[in-house]
Design a protein around this ligand. Structure first.
Ligand code: ZN
Length: 138
């Protein structure tokens, strides 16, 4: 019975690739590094300092994906930037909405402009969500 607790990543062990499980990608240690490479999708994963998770080495995402090994499968651990990114962007959105709500009626009496401003703020607010959606679709 495999343990459900996170296990330390063994650099000498072979792991399945968390990104291409269906294609049975295997992670193999890249010699002279503490990084794993997948033989199918060519993605590179580095072991985190704690030794309990691997992080996808990627520049195409706004955040890094990480996984913990649970003995028989990978569990999504956390997304390093996303955790800070989401509350931060929400805070900015709430602040911007307040500014628009206070300033817009003083600047103009035209409800169309106020609605347009609100839509712009909403658009900016939805960008991170859209970004994540695109990243998760892959
Ligand atoms: Zn892979």
């Amino acid at each position: 019975m495999p343990s459900q607790k996170a296990q330390k990543i063994d650099l000498n062990a072979e792991y399945p690739c968390p990104l291409c499980l269906r294609r049975r990608g295997r992670l193999a240690l890249i010699s002279l590094t503490e990084a794993f490479g997948c033989d199918r999708c060519q993605q590179i994963f580095v072991v985190e300092d704690s030794g309990y998770a691997i992080e996808q080495l990627s520049t195409s995402y706004p955040y890094k994906k990480a996984w913990c090994w649970r003995g028989d499968k990978w569990m999504t651990a956390h997304s390093t930037i996303r955790e800070n990114y989401l509350p931060l962007s929400l805070g900015i959105v709430v602040f911007a909405l307040c500014v628009v709500a206070v300033l817009a009626p003083q600047l103009t009496k035209d409800p169309k402009i106020i609605i347009a401003l609100a839509l712009v703020v909403l658009g900016v607010a939805l960008m991170p969500a859209l970004w994540q959606w695109i990243a998760y679709r892959r």
